[in-house]
Ligand binder design. Sequence first.
Ligand code: ZN
Length: 299
Amino acid sequence: MSDEIVARQPQAPVYETDEPITYRADGPVAWVMMNRPQFHNVQNSQMTYALDAAFARAMADDAIKVIVLGGEGKHFSAGHDIGTPGRDHLVPFDRAFLFGDHSTRPGAELLYTREQEVYLGMCRRWREMAKPTIAMVQGACIAGGLMLAWVCDLIVASEDAFFQDPVVRMGIPGVEYFAHGFELPPRIAKGFLMLGERMPAARTYQFGMINEMVPRDQLQAKVAAMAHEIASRPRLGNWLTKQALNHVEDLRGKRTAMDAVFHMHHFAHAQNDLVTGHSLGGLDGAAMAKANKRQAGEG
Ligand code: ZN
């Protein structure tokens, strides 16, 4: 075993919950909720695979017609877990794809293998689920949080919601599921990434990035009403409709652009590793939160 691999041996994650995702069926609607509110629903592998299992459960149940994805607590999701005791990026899980065990791989291959599976692979799989999905977004939707909102067919946000991808601070051109240039006009997307500022829900509404914006106390009722309405449509019609629009996006280059940028993203991880010895350029969750708060004038 090389020194490099020894240095990557994981500290065992300390999970604060056995249930990072909760699942509730309400008639034809499945409510899938991220459940790490004390950590602003940052996503570790435990959560990612639980999320995949929850979606599989909703897909296997013919009574479920629509799937809602939300987050418990103040925020939808503050991104990928880069700093809680439950960070488990070096832990092997039962894999959903045939890329192999990332945790045994040397150098840049480790992260490349992991992110093919848990980020790009999972997000595409969830985008293509054969039932309509609605993201219910409040508070922060940052970086990895964007990926989860963007894979859903519809996004309903509360007025307090904001969207942000600040990973250019790490020298990385946006999160792994690169839909930025499709979710926003290209010049707006450049500013969104280069400045990495919080974009309020009202601003994203101007670009059609979200479907509806409502006061925080009306968010759940609005999403429930939409979900039940969509659930009354024919199942196959709903599936074909989402496929039709996904296909249009892919014809416009979404899939191929995302493949290209995924590799740029990994070039950036590798460059960080070469120059700083750390794939995130030496920044962790606390450092990113501090920089974001300073930028937002909060600290
Ligand atoms: Zn990455």
